[in-house]
Design a protein around this ligand. Structure first.
Ligand SMILES: [Zn+2]
Ligand SMILES: [Zn+2]
Length: 126
């Protein structure tokens, strides 16, 4: 159920959000069970954990494979960027000398379109 929620979601939910969603399918599931299963899925590399300074807990990602993120510094919105060639970044750098890269997470920070529109709207009203 947890894996299904994450595969379906594009919004990188936190554990509490996954818990609320999972309870619709399994009403007596506990938050502890959700955390335990998130850790198992992470170890199996079926999901990944995204740490963000804009969220207190971890966020979870059902998109497997290397991909990058765009994050809004204003509202914390996090979305996938699938158009970057992360492999090329690894081979094109001196990473081989440093060790073995097992995964790559790039976060582009800025303002999302929604927040920009909001800012533009508040400016034009003055
Ligand atoms: Zn935003
Ligand atoms: Zn993602």
């Amino acid at each position: 159920v947890i894996l299904k929620i994450l595969r379906r979601s594009r919004s990188h939910p936190g554990a509490e959000e996954i818990y609320r969603e999972a309870r619709k399918a399994i009403p007596n599931i506990s938050l502890g069970t959700v955390y335990r299963n998130l850790n198992i899925l992470k170890q199996q590399r079926k999901i990944s954990e995204v740490k963000s300074e804009f969220h207190t807990g971890s966020l979870y990602d059902g998109t497997v494979g290397s991909h990058s993120h765009f994050q809004c510094e204003k509202c914390g919105h996090l979305e996938d960027i699938m158009t970057l060639d992360e492999e090329k970044l690894i081979t094109g750098s001196d990473m081989k000398e440093r060790g073995e890269v097992t995964s790559i997470q790039i976060v582009f920070l800025g303002r999302c379109r929604k927040c920009l529109e909001k800012r533009a709207a508040s400016h034009s009203s003055h």
